[in-house]
Design a protein around this ligand. Structure first.
Ligand code: AMP
Length: 121
């Protein structure tokens, strides 16, 4: 399946949809999740057109992958989460229940986050 250039995060990257921007560099863009699941809930997305972690890990260049993951750490440090701690998460595909088909990592923080998965989810 081809990358959907009209997905919501592609529109955020092009500036067609507003967002609360947290961070940007050559490889990554980060912004607040519109429906936060924790006191801090930020999404980090690569600038390239990758559908999910599966696509990005298979087809991203070494520079894109290292640049992106360095950005994830930089965002967490910018949010002052390195010391208290945080959680990152990426959904892929149907079982992962990914909603937006542009690869993104969620960063959650700002409280003790509890169990990793809801037991009845
Ligand atoms: P996922 O289920 O991993 O694909 O997560 C998609 C996330 O994108 C959800 O947490 C949504 O709340 C979030 N989201 C959807 N649209 C927007 C938007 N326009 N700005 C910020 N976050 C969004």
């Amino acid at each position: 399946m081809a990358y959907d250039t009209e997905n919501v995060f592609a529109k955020v990257l092009r500036g067609e949809i507003p967002c609360a921007k947290v961070y940007e560099d050559d490889y990554a863009f980060a912004f607040d999740d519109i429906n936060p699941q924790a006191p801090i809930h930020v999404l980090v997305i690569p600038k390239g057109p990758y559908q999910s972690i599966d696509d990005f890990s298979a087809n991203g260049s070494d520079a894109e992958i290292s640049g992106f993951f360095r950005a994830v750490g930089a965002v967490a440090r910018k949010l002052k989460l390195a010391k208290p701690g945080y959680r990152i998460l990426a959904n892929h595909g149907a079982d992962g229940m990914q909603e937006v088909p542009h690869f993104h990592i969620h960063i959650f923080g700002g409280k003790k986050l509890g169990a990793m998965l809801r037991r009845n989810g």
